[in-house]
Design a protein around this ligand. Structure first.
Ligand code: VAH
Length: 313
């Protein structure tokens, strides 16, 4: 059985759908501290689980006979800077609880890390798997901590900890509180207003990935036999682009799109992040490869967003 924490965030519901298709609807339990919609309940088992409540989590793991944990709960980069103490609790104390449970009950645990786990001292183009990590956001600090804690538990206790560093994930559901959220919001504003006011500079290059590639990398990585893994933490990516490159691709399909640039505090976060992510080790060790390039991503997300806005085209 698989327990997904932070299940109602950007990745959880799609991840549950894919895992349920592969492992069975009732073997994947979505959990969060948010009240679920009817749609979520209809899709499969849902559980209230507060990752700060160790006893409650222990009960969930035992009574549902959990074998794998997919630990998504976290405050992302921008929202973390507005709620540092909450980010420390959720992202760091929450990780302690989950990795301790993984050790106690011999669970396989997946924790996502991020391009945000690198900082201004890291090489930016490309950023390799193993290099300096001195991030300047509490989100980044907490994710480096998660990587180090997971690797420690693996080396000390044999815990099957696995971690992929994701770039900005593009889906029809906005992430909420991220620095890469512009690349989702622009699709909605392009279709609804024909204009997007971008909070990053036009030439801000960031690594990105389509959510379908992101979740496929997770599924494939979780199924890799332990002996094939040379490390517990891998970079994965699909492409890098700038706001102006993305706007230009979208305007091929939405000609009326205009874009203005008014950088805010998220610019300083993005300026410390990788511009190009080197995922050659994931490709070499367990056969990772992306399937969505920017052209295909734009067509697919536009279709999804039109569906959400139920526009006829
Ligand atoms: C954020 N979308 O912007 C998240 C992600 C790589 C970026 O971690 O914070």
């Amino acid at each position: 059985r698989i327990l997904i924490t932070g299940g109602l965030g950007q990745l959880g519901t799609q991840c549950a759908k894919l895992l349920r298709a592969k492992y069975g609807r009732d073997n994947v339990i979505l959990s969060d501290i948010v009240k679920p919609s009817d749609e979520i309940i209809d899709a499969g088992p849902y559980l209230f689980a507060d990752i700060l409540d160790f006893k409650g989590l222990q009960k969930a793991v035992v009574s549902h006979r959990i074998d794998w944990i997919i630990h998504f709960s976290a405050l992302l980069s921008a929202i973390g800077e507005q709620n540092v103490s909450l980010a420390i609790r959720v992202n760091i104390e929450g990780m302690h609880n989950m990795v301790e449970l993984a050790k106690q009950y011999k669970l396989r645990i997946f924790v996502p890390s991020t391009i945000g786990a690198f900082g201004p001292d890291s090489p930016r183009n490309p950023t390799p798997n193993l290099t300096i990590q001195r991030p300047r956001t509490i989100y980044g600090v907490s994710k480096v901590h998660a990587e180090l804690m997971g690797e420690y538990y693996h080396h000390k206790f044999g815990t099957d900890f696995r971690c992929l560093r994701f770039p900005g994930v593009i889906s029809a559901d906005p992430p909420g509180g991220g620095t890469t959220d512009y690349a989702v919001a622009i699709f909605y504003d392009a279709l609804k207003k024909g204009h997007y006011n971008c909070y990053l500079k036009p030439d801000t290059m960031l690594p990105m990935i389509h959510i379908k590639d992101c979740l496929r990398s997770l599924m494939e990585f979780m199924a890799v036999p332990e002996e094939k893994l040379k490390r517990r933490v891998y970079n994965v990516t699909a492409m890098s682009f700038t706001p102006e490159e993305l706007a230009e691709k979208i305007s091929k399909h939405v000609p009326q799109l205009s874009i203005s640039y008014n950088p805010d505090s998220r610019q300083a976060i993005a300026d410390d992040w990788p511009q190009v992510f080197d995922d050659s080790e994931a490709r070499a060790d367990w056969g990772w490869k992306h399937e969505y390039d920017l052209d295909r991503l734009v067509v697919d997300i536009l279709k999804e967003v039109r569906g959400r806005l139920n526009m006829k085209h």
